[in-house]
Design a protein. Structure first.
Length: 237
């Protein structure tokens, strides 16, 4: 039986697909190319790269809040949302680390350079990847869940370092929309960027919500299996 939550989720999913279709068409058919030194046509990756980084932050915040609440009082629902936030942070972080080098090769001439923002971002994604690996290959007991929650909190604490690394330590990473940046010279560029933020927000909501529901269902199934096994042992005795 379809519930109200299912209807909301379906609406978000359809809206996300439509928004991404509009974004892709707008970026490649309407938005003008940037200057050659900014990467030319490759610079259009910017409208997906930056929103993906924002979606990573959003996923990390969800994981942080759920993990902190779980450490305060453990529930399956909080653990499920913490797991979803960490996994989606890895997903969007990987997207950032993939799209960035494709743009960097055109703008800088190299795919990767160990400049402050890239290095701190890589380390942060590796922390969340460690959380995912821990949850996947370790036991699912209370101690393991709490350790994963604490590690998720640690990963979120590193995000401000990523955000302010360019201001603190410099580097080659371009500054576009922040103070002192090159800016977006054409109105369509600003429209594309905000549309990208909206699209990635919708995608993050869909992925986090669906992953949390799946994790919570898995928790309930495991609990049911344990009860059935315990009842079976009791009857056998």
């Amino acid at each position: 039986m379809k519930t109200a939550k299912d209807g909301v989720f379906s609406t978000l999913l359809v809206l996300s697909v439509v928004t991404f279709a509009v974004l892709i068409a707008f970026v490649f058919l309407r938005v003008p190319e940037a200057q050659p030194q900014a990467g030319g046509l490759a610079q259009k990756i910017f409208y997906f790269h930056v929103p993906a980084a924002y979606a990573m932050y959003l996923s990390a915040v969800v994981g942080f809040v759920a993990s902190a609440l779980y450490l305060y009082r453990a529930t399956d629902a909080r653990d499920a949302w913490a797991q979803a936030g960490a996994e989606c942070a890895v997903c969007f972080g990987t997207l950032v680390l993939t799209s960035g080098p494709l743009w960097a090769k055109k703008a800088w001439g190299v795919y990767w350079t160990w400049e402050p923002r890239l290095t701190t971002l890589l380390l942060t994604v590796l922390v969340y990847a460690a959380v995912v690996m821990l949850r996947t290959f370790s036991a699912s007991g209370e101690a393991e869940r709490r350790f994963a929650a604490a590690l998720t909190v640690l990963g979120t604490v590193t995000l401000p370092i990523v955000h302010y690394s360019v201001k603190k330590w410099g580097g080659n990473h371009p500054t576009v929309i922040r103070e002192g940046g090159g800016g977006l010279g054409h109105p369509d560029m600003k429209t594309a960027l905000w549309l990208g933020f909206f699209a990635m927000t919708l995608l993050a909501a869909v992925l986090i919500w669906s992953r949390a529901r799946l994790a919570l269902t898995s928790h309930r199934l495991n609990a049911l299996e344990e009860r059935v096994a315990a009842d079976g042992l009791g009857e056998a005795a």
